[in-house]
Ligand binder design. Structure first.
Ligand code: DQA
Length: 167
């Protein structure tokens, strides 16, 4: 007897993971603060975690605010007419966290669920890192768990999206 229940099949989700300025230097950059793992190995882990969660990961890094904004727009309003909206975004905006009203507005304009992540505990560092322009337009924030913050953020986002689809 087949036990397959078609109605409970979980749909594959599409998640965009964005990394902001200087995160291309992970592994070399201030290892005492950000650790020794490079971005490629974090991206590999996210693909593996995504596979477990039923999510396809598209991971991108840019040092340029406008490029990050274009990717956020495209995730919600694809230029290619055959493209579809992603289901959510995990973003580490790097230093733009503390300065970028433009990235905040881009997220607000998309209506997509976004989880903000940071490797370091930004609240335990310099006072200027305690303020985030991005948090008010996000579902939540994960900070301080090193590279693991990304996988935690991805799990949180996928849980949030699935709960919204079938509470
Ligand atoms: C960071 C924290 C930011 O304050 C900093 O500018 C970064 C990295 C983090 O992941 O801990 O570039 O976002």
């Amino acid at each position: 007897m087949s036990t397959t229940n078609v109605s409970s099949a979980r749909p594959e989700l599409r998640v965009l993971v964005l990394h902001g300025p200087n995160l291309n230097l992970l592994g070399k950059r201030e290892p005492g603060v950000y650790g020794t793992r490079d971005l490629a190995s974090i991206e590999q882990e996210l693909i593996t975690v995504g596979r477990d969660l039923g999510a396809t990961i598209d991971s991108r890094q840019s040092n340029h605010e406008g490029v990050l904004i274009d990717w956020i727009h495209d995730a919600a309003y694809p230029k290619d007419p055959s493209g579809s909206r992603v289901d959510g975004i995990v973003i580490n905006p790097g230093a733009y966290t503390h300065t970028s009203i433009a990235i905040r507005d881009a997220i607000a304009a998309t209506n997509l669920p976004v989880v903000e992540v940071h490797l370091s505990n930004v609240h335990a560092r310099e006072p200027f890192r305690r303020r985030s322009m991005i948090t008010p337009v996000c579902v939540g924030v994960i900070a301080g768990f090193g590279p693991h913050s990304y996988a935690l953020g991805l799990r949180a986002l996928v849980g949030y999206v699935r709960a919204r689809v079938s509470p």
